[in-house]
Design a protein around this ligand. Structure first.
Ligand code: GRF
Length: 217
């Protein structure tokens, strides 16, 4: 059965676009029932309108709690029949109110190889640390900051002349590949959570080892 997705984005929504494209091209079994943002100016909302997808704005009310905010978010998602929530550049931490409404159905993408470099500004963090690789991670969301069980990761090399911008662009290209794929695995019912591990059934392991810089023998 296909997913009924609610995509939540605060900004440009290029990951949202990769999901829209995957649905349109038949690579992702499901539909985007609604695009929700806390930011009325988010270009993600425009992308939704351009594709004829329903949009909702739930702005953060500084005088109310984050739980009260998430109650409004859950109501908006349920109104559109959402069964799976994809966070795509959502800048707010979610609370148990949202997680309990969609148990094991809230997914996020993060522009680093978790558990290294959680949080924000992580492209620069990876460069500053001197890491030779970074990448991106699609994971189930739990109550922690970028701590939930990992579904797929993609690795990209860090070059000596990289800036946060050049590295971020290289990572983003891979984000656009792994996010729709992770959602498709979920749609196919192939993801089993065993403790902290997400097992893909049947498995489809990566082959090959990466070195950076190159190794001559
Ligand atoms: C991406 O780098 C994603 O990993 C992070 O926020 C950024 C969103 O970019 N969570 P976009 O709005 O999808 O272009």
């Amino acid at each position: 059965m296909g997913l009924k997705l609610g995509v939540i984005a605060s900004g440009s929504g290029s990951n949202l676009q990769s999901i829209i494209n995957a649905v349109k091209e038949g690579r992702l079994d499901g539909e985007i029932a609604v695009i929700l943002s806390d930011n009325p100016e988010a270009y993600a909302l425009e992308r939704g309108k351009l594709s004829g997808i329903a949009t909702e704005v739930v702005e953060l009310d500084r005088d109310s709690t984050r739980e009260a905010h998430d109650e409004k978010v859950v109501a908006a998602l349920k109104k559109h029949g959402v069964d799976t929530v994809a966070l795509a550049g959502y800048l707010l931490m979610v609370t148990p109110v949202l997680l309990d409404a969609f148990p094991l159905r809230v997914i996020n993408i993060h522009p680093a190889l978790l558990p290294s470099f959680p949080g924000t500004g992580v492209q620069q963090d990876a460069i500053d640390h001197g890491a030779k690789f970074s990448g991106c991670t699609v994971h189930f969301v739990d109550e922690g900051m970028d701590t939930g069980p990992i579904i797929i990761q993609a690795v990209v090399p860090i070059r000596d002349d990289d800036t946060a911008k050049t590295l971020g662009a290289r990572i983003l290209r891979e984000e656009h590949r792994i996010y729709p794929q992770a959602l498709q695995y979920l749609a196919e019912g192939r993801l089993k959570i065993v403790g902290r591990r997400v097992v893909l059934d049947p498995q489809s392991p990566a082959s090959g080892t990466l070195h950076n810089p190159a190794v001559s023998s």
